[in-house]
Design a protein around this ligand. Structure first.
Ligand code: MSP
Length: 666
């Protein structure tokens, strides 16, 4: 490969800032972001555009209802969009607002050009207008006098005004020919077929100016007219690049893909290509129409209907990566997705905590336990390792093909085939048994090395979807940025022998469904499902962790009974480990600084043979908080940390669901 980078230009629709975004609206932007990140990892020269569509009539209506000026109103909502995109780690290169001068001047230039060419002409419009859809309708298209759009069905208004018209009819046959010759232009195929039927039904010239209100971009040679909002909005895809002379326009146009929801494919598959054809500009390579997120009962998600919680609260509760994963995993090509908060929790608990997170923590814990956290060198591959390697090639290829089709859900499905195989590999290789067998040192080294490589590959493959993950995994695997190159997602032998790895905190702590309030609307059906889900996950976890055979163990006898009152004297608390260090001149004792309800304490604990100090930092342990202080090796220990032990094995009890230091343990 030479130095010339392949360019990749991707856009989202520009959003109406008449109300704040919600989690359903976020889908398009998260999907575009995953694609942009993937192409950056491929080494492409990516340009990712999003923005807001501010010149709509509905903005004026909403601002009036809030007794404020439209510009003041949209300025506030636009900030919300920007904050949401930041919280969701959206890596756009430019954010265009259609109230900006750089956009307005291009729209005016294009309107004039089309007028001079004769593709826009003046006449009189008499027909109906749906303001929520910002769409003109002929009388014969209305259904029972209302908007015929199946998602709308609202009241329409009669308009009779002098208007400019755009000659769509002239381009009908050229457009159909273009679509036939370019099967990739409208995707997926179901939307393409819909659009072909729609265009074959006949295109009428489109009314492209209004005179009954003043908010919007003025027609430069006839300023009592403002430009129809869809003509104005579509032009953002080139005005943001500095059309016609801008460097970015020369470099990035035509777009590689415009991503959007199914409801607006019509505007992008008809009006937009015709504007471009009329201007002699190349058409975008693809427009992709995805489904919608709906509520469980198939209804619209809407903040005003109160069926969705504030997006920021959701992101704060579950993390941006988990929300992105849910949105991208759940929406299948060509269909709608179902959104509910307990679906999010189910995905988080099963796919992220149980499958992904559990593999990472189990396997790193074993490297720490059996090789003091130092990555060993790998011996000869066995058939299990060969299997994993073959699967990694297959999965990488399938992920690339899915993303080429703008299908993040199937890409994630493929990645989880690899994640599942990694978990199975742990069970098949049973490192705990190898550790006990004579002559198995090299085999155990190979298995542990393979674990670390699997984690690296899982992190690369998921990076475009969950960008918060690679930096966290890099910390666990020795902080080397080079570990995250896409081309290495099916290469092996990348992590260097001798690298120190850390156990760290759980990547995705499991959510206890009883700890959060499910939105009223979805409560009855889902509580039951979620409980079953959690139970089955617990079974899997227990199953995984108890594979080690229990043979004739000698247990300590159970102690004499105590009363509940005697037990109640114990004050057990969650404590966060702030720092840990070995106590000098002993191989058993570790000195820990812990935080309990905002107060720091020192605790000395006999766990140094089983843990490296860094494995404990930031863990939430269980502390006997009302034990009389005692001196150990000259250090006053203010409490005792609970640990389970049998024979040589010891495990400090930890709490992983986000409970703070100070929480009671009963
Ligand atoms: N302003 C126009 C787009 C102009 S592009 C030149 C518009 N804006 S919108 O704010 O109404 O919608 C923006 C995007 O969000 C659209 O792609 C729409 O399909 C999408 N979604 C709105 N609600 C959605 C869900 N519930 N689920 C998934 N996508 C959703 O249309």
């Amino acid at each position: 490969m030479g130095d010339v980078k392949v360019k990749y230009y991707i856009t989202t629709p520009i959003f109406y800032p008449n109300s704040s975004p919600h989690i359903g609206t976020a889908y398009t932007t998260v999907a575009a972001d995953a694609l942009a990140r993937y192409h950056r990892m491929l080494g492409d020269d990516v340009y990712f555009l999003t923005g807001t569509d501010e010149n709509a009539q509905k903005i004026v209506r909403t601002a009036e209802a809030h007794h404020t000026d439209p510009k003041v109103y949209v300025d506030g909502v636009v900030e919300h969009f920007k904050e949401l995109w930041k919280a969701l780690d959206i890596s756009f290169d430019d954010f265009i607002r259609t109230t900006e001068e750089r956009h307005q001047k291009v729209v005016q230039q294009i309107f004039t050009k089309l007028y001079e060419k004769g593709d826009i002409y003046k006449s009189e419009y008499s027909g109906w207008y749906c303001t929520p859809c910002e769409t003109f309708w002929m009388e014969n298209k209305l259904i029972e006098g209302k908007c015929p759009n199946s998602d709308c069905g609202r009241e329409v208004e009669l308009l009779k005004e002098e208007s400019y018209f755009f000659r769509l009819s002239k381009y009908q046959d050229i457009l159909l020919k273009f679509i036939a010759e370019n099967p990739e232009f409208i995707q997926p195929v179901s939307r393409r077929n819909e659009m072909i039927r729609f265009i074959e039904g006949g295109l009428e010239d489109l009314c492209v100016s209004r005179t009954t209100f003043q908010w919007g971009i003025k027609v430069p040679f006839d300023p009592k007219h403002v430009v129809y909002v869809w003509l104005d909005a579509l032009i953002n895809y080139i005005s943001a690049l500095g059309y016609p002379d801008g460097e970015n326009y020369q470099r990035y146009w035509p777009a590689d893909v415009h991503i959007m929801g199914k409801d607006i494919v019509r505007f992008h598959a008809v009006i937009w290509p015709i504007i471009l054809m009329a201007l002699d500009i190349p058409l975008p390579k693809a427009i992709y129409g995805h489904g919608w997120y709906l509520t469980k009962d198939g209804g619209k998600i809407s903040k005003s209907r109160g069926n969705v919680e504030d997006s920021f609260a959701l992101i704060q509760r579950y993390g941006s990566d988990a929300i992105r994963y849910f949105l991208l995993r759940e929406m299948q090509v060509g269909t709608d997705g179902t959104y509910s908060e307990d679906n999010v929790v189910e995905r988080l608990n099963s796919d992220l905590a149980n499958d992904f997170g559990n593999f990472v923590s189990r396997s790193l814990a074993m490297v720490v336990k059996y090789r003091e956290g130092i990555v060993p060198s790998s011996g000869q591959d066995g058939s299990l390792e060969q299997d994993l390697k073959a699967l990694s090639h297959e999965v990488k290829k399938a992920v690339e093909e899915s993303l080429d089709r703008c299908d993040p859900a199937s890409a994630l499905e493929q990645i989880w085939r690899f994640v599942a195989r990694c978990n199975k590999y742990v069970d098949e290789t049973a490192p705990w048994a190898l550790a006990k067998q004579e002559g198995q040192r090299e085999r155990l080294d190979t298995v542990l090395y393979t674990f670390v490589e699997c984690i690296r590959i899982m992190a690369i493959l998921t990076a475009p979807f969950m960008p918060g993950l690679p930096p966290r995994i890099c910390v666990l695997l020795g902080k080397d940025e080079k570990l995250m190159r896409w081309e290495d997602a099916d290469q092996w032998g990348i992590v260097e022998q001798g690298t120190r790895v850390h156990k760290g905190e759980a990547l995705f702590p499991r959510i206890d469904v009883s700890q959060y309030t499910i939105a009223e609307e979805t409560k009855p059906v889902n509580q039951e499902q979620s409980q079953t889900q959690v139970q089955s996950q617990e079974q899997t976890l227990v199953h995984n962790e108890t594979l080690e055979p229990i043979q004739a163990l000698e247990f300590e006898p159970i102690k004499e009974e105590i009363s509940i009152d005697e037990f109640a004297k114990l004050d057990l608390r969650v404590a966060k480990v702030l720092s840990a260090e070995r106590v000098e001149k002993t191989d058993k004792l570790m000195k820990l600084e812990v935080e309990v309800a905002g107060v720091a304490r020192t605790v000395v604990s006999g766990i140094a043979k089983h843990y490296a100090p860094e494995d404990l930092v930031n863990q939430y342990v269980v502390l006997v908080a009302n034990l009389k202080p005692t001196k150990l090796r000259g250090i006053t220990s203010q409490g005792m940390i609970l640990a389970a032990s049998q024979g040589e094995v010891l495990e400090v009890l930890t709490v992983n669901k986000g409970l703070p230091g100070g929480a009671r343990v009963k």
